[in-house]
Design a protein around this ligand. Structure first.
Ligand SMILES: Cc1ncc(COP(=O)(O)O)c(C=O)c1O
Length: 462
């Protein structure tokens, strides 16, 4: 059942932005944190202590909360246990962790296949590996890039299949594009990766599959075992939690067998450091070197539970602040509700924008499955000037390449930029209508300002 307007009104009461009148429509960059999560930080401070580093009640209390957060995250993703979960600062760091852990496994003549749809986080590390790092060790590993259909934004699966061969060690693919909105069909991508037949050190004969779930996990039900992904990365700051925590899911046997990405304290088995040998801690702590973002991880896992409560994913009970397992059907209902609501908002925005003169929406037509965002250009307008004008109307959009630089260049956008509106569970029809209205007014009534030479806009993350 879809979220109703009263549901949305009730949800918005939990967020500070609602009091400020902001039209928060840049959610693909980061979502807003509900007040309960910020209050949760505060309630943890009486027991503020490090984890795995003390015998006090406070340290044990915090350690228990921290460890059980891994169970919550694992359960949410359908992972078999916390042993498959590593936490990092964000998606980018999680993908880099895979890259550095696999660094020594590549053989001369191997290749990595990625796509033109990728965020730079899932392209630049592979570029760095193949073009900069491995050549310094005298190893040649090719980076191959699958195309997408310029009209629909869909990944060209035939082209992807043509790039995967017996030397493809890894396929790196976005689960949902942060620019064109397209969602590559992961079961087909999995089958293509399998068909390559690469002999992995584990004995398997197939390419591994890494999915960038940064835009997928916040608004879709994702079951890592059903999808049979080897690696999945996402960031909690796009899923209600404050900044600072990203997740890497990886199959347990891969984490067992890989080298760590970071070396140091807490990733070591008790007492097993001598001048000659170092023994690693058991999973998942082998991948948790140094003091982690303890409160951030606890609050992030609780953000998942709060999402259930906010959208009414479990009619039988509340889950926030508890540590009981969240049943799979509850996770599914929660994510379906979020997915349906944000898809509805996106369709509404696309319908509204379709009448704006000179406006070109990028990616598939309204009605095709897409991440809850729409990127567009308007003839005669710099996306940066457009975003600045929208901001004057109180509407928060994002102009730039959204770090999807490859795709912007591939589409021939000059400058390589677009303006993007993106939605989350707390957005209302009124938000969408205000945003669309603002675009209409700006385009109709305000001629674009001449673009000053240099320093036209603040630096945009790429
Ligand atoms: C598809 C995609 N991948 C990766 C990232 C990078 O996320 P983070 O900045 O949290 O590392 C983003 C963020 O916008 C994204 O949209």
């Amino acid at each position: 059942m879809d979220l109703t307007e009263p549901d949305i009104a009730r949800i918005r009461e939990q967020f500070d932005f609602d009091r400020s009148g902001r039209v928060v429509t840049n959610n693909a960059a980061s979502t807003q944190p509900p007040r309960q999560l910020l209050d949760l930080y505060r309630s943890l401070t009486p027991f503020y202590e490090n984890v795995h580093r003390g015998q006090s009640d406070a340290s044990r209390y915090t350690t228990d909360r921290f460890e059980s957060s891994y169970d919550t995250i694992a359960g949410w993703l359908g992972a078999p246990s916390r042993r498959s979960i590593a936490t990092y600062r964000n998606t980018t760091e999680a993908i880099n962790a895979v890259m550095y852990s696999l660094l020594t496994e590549f053989r001369d003549g191997d290749n990595v296949v990625t796509t033109m749809l990728e965020h730079n986080s899932n392209y630049v590390p592979w570029h760095g590996l193949c073009r900069e790092i491995l050549p310094r060790f005298g190893r040649r590993v090719e980076l191959r890039i699958a195309r997408f259909d310029h009209r629909t934004g869909e990944l060209d699966l035939d082209h992807l299949a043509s790039l995967v061969d017996a030397r493809t060690k890894l396929v790196c693919c976005s689960g949902a594009s942060n620019f064109l909105g397209s969602k590559p069909p992961l079961p087909i991508v999995r089958a293509i990766a399998d068909a390559g037949g690469y002999p992995q050190p584990t004995g398997e004969r197939r390419a591994r599959l890494l999915v960038d779930g940064a835009q997928l996990v916040p608004s879709s039900f994702v079951d890592v075992q059903a999808l049979d992904v080897d690696y999945l990365a996402f960031s909690f700051h796009k899923l209600l939690a404050p900044f600072g925590v990203g997740v890497l899911y990886a199959k347990e046997h891969l984490l067992e067998q890989s080298l760590p990405f970071l070396y140091g304290g807490d990733m070591i088995a008790d007492g097993q450091v001598t001048p000659d040998a170092v023994g690693y801690n058991g999973l998942p702590w082998k991948y948790s070197a140094g003091t982690p973002n303890i409160l951030g991880v606890i609050v992030s896992a609780q953000a998942l539970r709060l999402a259930v409560d906010l959208v009414g994913g479990d009619p039988t009970r509340m889950h926030f602040r508890s540590e009981d397992p969240v049943p799979g059907p509850v996770v599914r209902r929660t994510m379906d509700r979020i997915g349906e609501h944000t898809a509805h908002l996106t369709r509404r925005a696309m319908d509204g924008l379709s009448g704006v003169p000179g406006l070109r929406m990028l990616g598939g037509p309204p009605g095709t499955p897409r991440s809850p965002l729409v990127a567009f250009t308007v003839a005669g307008w710099s996306p940066f000037e457009l975003a600045a004008e929208l901001n004057r109307h109180g509407v928060e959009s994002r102009a730039g390449c959204h770090c999807a630089t490859l795709a912007h260049h591939d589409l021939g956008l000059d400058p390589p930029a677009s303006c993007r509106l993106s939605f989350y569970l707390y957005n209302s029809n009124a938000d969408v209508d205000r945003a669309v209205d603002a675009v209409r007014k700006v385009v109709a009534h305000r001629p674009p300002a001449p673009t000053p030479v240099g320093g036209r806009h603040r630096r945009e993350a790429a």
